[in-house]
Ligand binder design. Structure first.
Ligand code: MG
Length: 250
C-alpha cells in the first residue's frame, strides 16, 4: 500500500478527529483512580467517544473485544479491559484509544500513574513521553522516516531501557493502520522520504527492563518478558515543511 498524502480537506477532518481524541484522553486521565477496574475505563472511554458522535475504531478491530486498550504495569499494549483487574495505588496504566470521525481515524496513547507511584515508574513514563517528542523533532518534509526511529532510540538508550521492537508506529488516515511502519529503534537504512501531508501515529513502547515481549494466552495482551514495567506514549501527527503538527494534543 502506498503512503498517502492527505488533502487539505482530509487534514481538516483529521484535526477534528485528533482534537476529540485529545479531549477523550484528558477526561480518561482525570478519571483514573485506585479501585477502578479496567472495564470501568473502557466503558467510560466508549461513552466519551460516542458522545462526540464518533466510533471507537479499536472495537472489533481484528476481533479486539473493547474500545480502549488498557494495559497495567508489565503489560505493554493491547490489554483487554475486564472486571477482575482493579487498579491499585502505585500501578501504572497505559490507555491506547482511537476513534473515527467522518471517516478519518485518530490514535493516541498515554500512560498514567495510579495514585502515588515510584520515582522509577514516574521517570519511565516521563522519558517514554519525551522520546516521542525527540522523535518528531526530525519529522519534517525532506527528512527520512527512520530519522524518527533513530532519534527515539538515541534518546532512550541512555537510560538502559528496552525499546519494544515487535510493535511499531504507523501511517493513519481513512484507515487505522496505513503504511509506513515506524519502528522505535535505530535502523541502518534511511527509509522513505517524509513529505508534507503525511499523517503518522508515532508510538514508542518502552520497558524498564529488557526489550523482549510475550503474548498472553488471550492472544492480545503484550507483556514484557522480564515482568518489568512498560510505558506507551502516542500521538497522531501531520508532517509539514516545518514543525510537525500534533493532532491529538489539546
Ligand atoms: Mg497506534
Amino acid at each position: 500500500m502506498a503512503v498517502t498524502i492527505k488533502s487539505e480537506r482530509e487534514i481538516g477532518l483529521m484535526r477534528d478527529a485528533g482534537k476529540i481524541l485529545a479531549e477523550v484522553h484528558a477526561k480518561l486521565g482525570e478519571a483514573i483512580e485506585p479501585g477502578m477496574t479496567t472495564l470501568d475505563i473502557d466503558r467510560l472511554g466508549e461513552k466519551l467517544i460516542r458522545s462526540y458522535g464518533c466510533i471507537p475504531n479499536f472495537l472489533n478491530y481484528n476481533g479486539f473485544p473493547a474500545s480502549i486498550c488498557v494495559s497495567v504495569n508489565e503489560q505493554v499494549v493491547h490489554g483487554i479491559p475486564n472486571d477482575n483487574t482493579v487498579l491499585k495505588e502505585g500501578d501504572i496504566v497505559s490507555l491506547d484509544a482511537g476513534l473515527i470521525y467522518k471517516g478519518y481515524h485518530s490514535d493516541a496513547a498515554r500512560t498514567h500513574g495510579v495514585g502515588q507511584i515510584s520515582e522509577d515508574a514516574r521517570l519511565l513514563i516521563e522519558r517514554t513521553k519525551q522520546s516521542f517528542f525527540e522523535g518528531i523533532k526530525v519529522a519534517k518534509d525532506g527528512n527520512h522516516l527512520f530519522d524518527i526511529s533513530n532519534s527515539i532510540d538515541s534518546y532512550i538508550s541512555q537510560f538502559g531501557y528496552g525499546i519494544v521492537r515487535e510493535l511499531v508506529g504507523h501511517g493513519i488516515g481513512s484507515k487505522l493502520h496505513e503504511d509506513p511502519q515506524i519502528p522505535n529503534f535505530a535502523q541502518r537504512r534511511k527509509g522513505l522520504k517524509l513529505r508534507a501531508g503525511m499523517t503518522l501515529a508515532i508510538e514508542p513502547m518502552i520497558n524498564m527492563g529488557r526489550c523482549d515481549v510475550d503474548w498472553l494466552d488471550d492472544d492480545w495482551t503484550v507483556v514484557s518478558s522480564d515482568g518489568s514495567l512498560s510505558a506507551h506514549y502516542e500521538n497522531t501527527i501531520l508532517v509539514t515543511d516545518g514543525e510537525p503538527e500534533i493532532l491529538t494534543l489539546l
